[in-house]
Design a binder for this molecule. Structure first.
Ligand SMILES: Nc1ncnc2c1ncn2[C@@H]1O[C@H](COP(=O)(O)OP(=O)(O)OP(=O)(O)O)[C@@H](O)[C@H]1O
Ligand SMILES: [Mg+2]
Length: 443
């Protein structure tokens, strides 16, 4: 960790003991060190009673550790107040106050004058989609709306760190989905000035959907079993193999005491074998050609015979094949006994506007081995750039020099379209267009 990037908050060997009704002192949290870094979205997972809420309360100063220290910007709590706000599972709204008054309450507690209070509260209510409900009382609202008020009340103070303790577990499925997405939009779109998010949850999928860092607690006494980064692009697909592998891995950690299961990123012998094989060659087709092709298929309701289609388009089948291959590789069309039809992803791509297309294309090429290798290769470099020779050397082990160059050119055109990486032929440099996810954590 570079010294110019210190944690916002950290715990130094904090412990917690509680007295039982019997009088015995029970250790709830074993000495624990953790950090909240600027730019991070941390999820704290653990079984019931493992001490998740207790850790959150100690981090925010609501509960004092029995031993150890909580530091904010290097200073012990007590000497300074944490710049934090908390969203609770049960909303914890004041039933006798209106929505607006609930959201103004923390500002009032901080001594903000009435006019500014109202202005800021109305603004944040608008941000969380609650404009028009200012005068309502909590009991008039659905669970989802109540939690929006909970978010507004936390965000109105523009906390440096937003803490959440199971904020979605009391809500119906649909509200959960919507609220999670909206939270991500605020966070990833930098629509809130919050510098870090710390989410307590017992829902593994929720942690993998949202967080870029996951801490898993074990219990009796609560302690960190493991922590790791989640390097998946947003929006995350619950059905993607990387996603389900990570969910399975965490599930195993939570259900198997004792030794940790092997992390999912370590390749199995089978995938290691595959890694040694040449990456499947990319069909030499530009993304714009694929886009044009799926647009042509869109109005055609039934599966198309490839020969009839080529004839229709006035093309040779040989010229059409690489376009079809590319579309299949991207998951936009499927081919069955010489008939071709759009997949749901292909239909969505054909109907999307330019910006959405880029995102869908980015999603689609995650599974394309050569593109993934280039991206990984760049991500592992400190400056996120590499010379083309590096990739050409690898490709030349499998292809002629000319074909290796063509493969790289095609990969670059796909990577550029998806805005993942770019290439300058003069300097021979490839570089990541978007910061690597683990890097943005430290940004
Ligand atoms: N004020 C308290 N007095 C005594 N014991 C407590 C107190 N608060 C928590 N505990 C105990 O500490 C342990 C950890 O509780 P905590 O609420 O932090 O767990 P949790 O991981 O948040 O659980 P859950 O998933 O059920 O919310 C539990 O065994 C709980 O009974
Ligand atoms: Mg709890």
């Amino acid at each position: 960790m570079p010294p110019d990037n210190p944690p916002i908050a950290e715990t130094r060997a904090i412990e917690k003991f509680y007295a039982q009704p019997s009088g015995a002192r029970v250790q709830v949290i074993a000495p624990t060190n953790l950090e909240i870094m600027p730019g991070s979205f941390t999820a704290l997972l653990g079984p019931s009673g493992s001490g998740k809420s207790t850790l959150l309360r100690m981090l925010t100063g609501l509960v004092k550790p029995s031993a150890g220290q909580v530091l904010w910007h290097g200073e012990p709590l007590g000497l300074r107040q944490p710049d934090a706000a908390i969203v609770f599972q049960n909303f914890a709204l004041f039933p006798w106050l209106t929505v607006l008054e609930n959201v103004e309450a923390p500002l009032q507690a901080r001594g903000v004058d009435a006019a500014k209070r109202k202005k800021n509260a109305l603004k944040i209510l608008d941000t969380v989609g609650l404009d028009g409900t200012e005068g309502a009382y909590p009991k008039e609202l659905s669970g989802g709306m109540k939690q929006r008020v909970g978010f507004a009340r936390a965000l109105v103070v523009e906390p440096e760190v937003l803490f959440m303790d199971e904020p979605f577990s009391a809500l119906d499925v649909l509200s959960v989905e919507t609220l999670r997405n909206e939270l991500l939009e605020l966070w990833l779109g930098r629509k809130i000035p919050t510098k870090a998010i710390f989410l307590v949850t017992h829902n593994i999928e929720e942690a993998v959907l949202l967080a870029d860092r996951i801490i898993v607690l074990g219990r009796n006494p609560g302690s960190i079993r493991t922590q790791f980064g989640v390097n998946l692009m947003h929006p995350r697909d619950r059905k993607a193999p990387e996603f389900t592998r990570l969910v399975d891995y965490i599930y195993k950690i939570l259900t198997q005491p004792g030794e940790l299961p092997p992390p999912p990123l370590r390749p199995s012998p089978e995938t290691a074998q595959r890694a040694a094989e040449p990456p499947a060659p990319l069909p030499h087709t530009r993304p714009s050609t694929v886009a044009g092709f799926v647009e042509i298929l869109l109005p055609r309701q039934s599966a198309q015979d490839i020969y009839v289609l080529a004839d229709d388009l006035g093309m040779e089948v040989d010229d059409l094949l690489p376009i079809i291959d590319a579309s299949v590789l991207l998951g936009f069309v499927r081919v069955n006994e010489g008939d071709i039809e759009l997949t749901a992803a292909g239909r969505a791509f054909a109907e999307a506007d330019i910006q959405d297309r880029k995102e869908q294309f980015r999603e689609a090429i995650q599974e394309v081995p050569l593109l993934r290798r280039i991206r990984r290769g760049l991500e592992h470099q400190a400056k996120h750039e590499l010379k083309d020779e590096f990739f050409l050397d690898v490709l030349e082990e499998h292809y002629t020099d000319k074909e290796a160059q063509r493969q790289l050119d095609t990969a670059v055109s796909w990577g550029r379209y998806a805005e993942i990486f770019d290439y300058d032929a003069d300097s021979g440099k490839l570089w990541l267009t978007e910061p690597a996810e683990n890097e943005s954590v430290e940004a």
